[in-house]
Design a protein around this ligand. Sequence first.
Ligand SMILES: Nc1nc2c(ncn2[C@@H]2O[C@H](COP(=O)(O)OP(=O)(O)OP(=O)(O)O)[C@@H](O)[C@H]2O)c(=O)[nH]1
Ligand SMILES: [Mg+2]
Length: 269
Amino acid sequence: MSRRANRFQNSYEFVGKALVVGDSGAGKTSLMLRYCRNQFFYSQPISVGVDFAVKNIQVDNKEVRVQIWDTAGQEKYRSVVTGYFQKAHGIVLTYAVNDRESFNSLPSWIEEIKQKAPEDVAIVLVGAKADIGEIPAQSEPDKEPRKISFSEGKAFADKHGIKFFEVSSKDNVNVDEVFYEMAKKIKTLLEEREKEREKKDEEEFDTLRRTTRLFPQPEKKGCFEAFLGLFKKKKAEDKVNVHVKKEKNEKIGREARSRINCESAVRTN
Ligand SMILES: Nc1nc2c(ncn2[C@@H]2O[C@H](COP(=O)(O)OP(=O)(O)OP(=O)(O)O)[C@@H](O)[C@H]2O)c(=O)[nH]1
Ligand SMILES: [Mg+2]
C-alpha cells in the first residue's frame, strides 16, 4: 500500500489508508459521504460493516491516493473495526459535539489505536455536527443540544498531540480540511517509511555485495550504481505487484460488503 507508484504509470504517487472511527451515531458515514459524494442525509442508516471510497488528494504538487474506510461504530463491530488498525496509515477519530458519551469514549479509542495501529499512524480528531448549537435547530427539534465545547475538544486533542477540527457534514464546514490534513500526514509518513526502506535496501545490497562475488565492488562506480538501481527497482516492483493484487481483492470485498449494506437497518433515533 505504501509504495510510490508513479513510475508504474499510475497518476498518484502515494497510496494510503485512512480509517474513520468513533462511536455509533458520531457522524462518520455522513462525513465520508459529504467529502466523497457531496451528499448529506438527515436519516443516515446505521453502518453494519466497513466500506471504503477512494480520493486522490493533491498535496504540495503530489497526488496522494487515500482509501477512506468508513467503519461501523456499534460496540458489536468493535473487534472487526480494530482489526483494520494494523494496516492503517491514518485514523480520523470522531465524536459528536452533542453526544457526551461519544466524547467520553475517546480515551478507549486512543488506547486501542496505541495497541493495534502502527506506531507512526497519523491521527486527526473530529468534533462532528458542529452546526448543532446549545438550542437545537427548528429543523431538528429531536436532536440533543451541543454538550462539548470547542475548547474542550481542543484541550483533548492538545493533550494527545493531535490535530483537531470541528466539522459540520450538514453545512459542509471543515470537511475538506480534515481529509487534506490527513493526506498531508499520510504523505509525510510514507516519505519517512520510503527513506527507511531505501536505507534497508542499501544495507541488504551491501551485505549481498560482500557475501557474493557476482556483485560489483563500489570502486567500479557506474557498474556498482547500475546494479544497486536494478536491485531497488526489482524490490519496488515486487511490492507494487502485491499492492495491485490487494486492490483487486479489496474491490471484490467491497462489492460483497455493498450487498450487505443494502440490508442495513434504518436508524431509529
Ligand atoms: N445536524 C447534523 N447532523 C449530522 C451531521 N452529521 C451527521 N449527522 C446526523 O447524525 C446521524 C448519525 O450520522 P452517521 O453519519 O450515520 O453516524 P455514524 O458515525 O456513521 O454511525 P454508525 O454508522 O452507527 O457508526 C444521522 O442522522 C446524520 O444525519 C452534521 O454535521 N450535522
Ligand atoms: Mg455509519
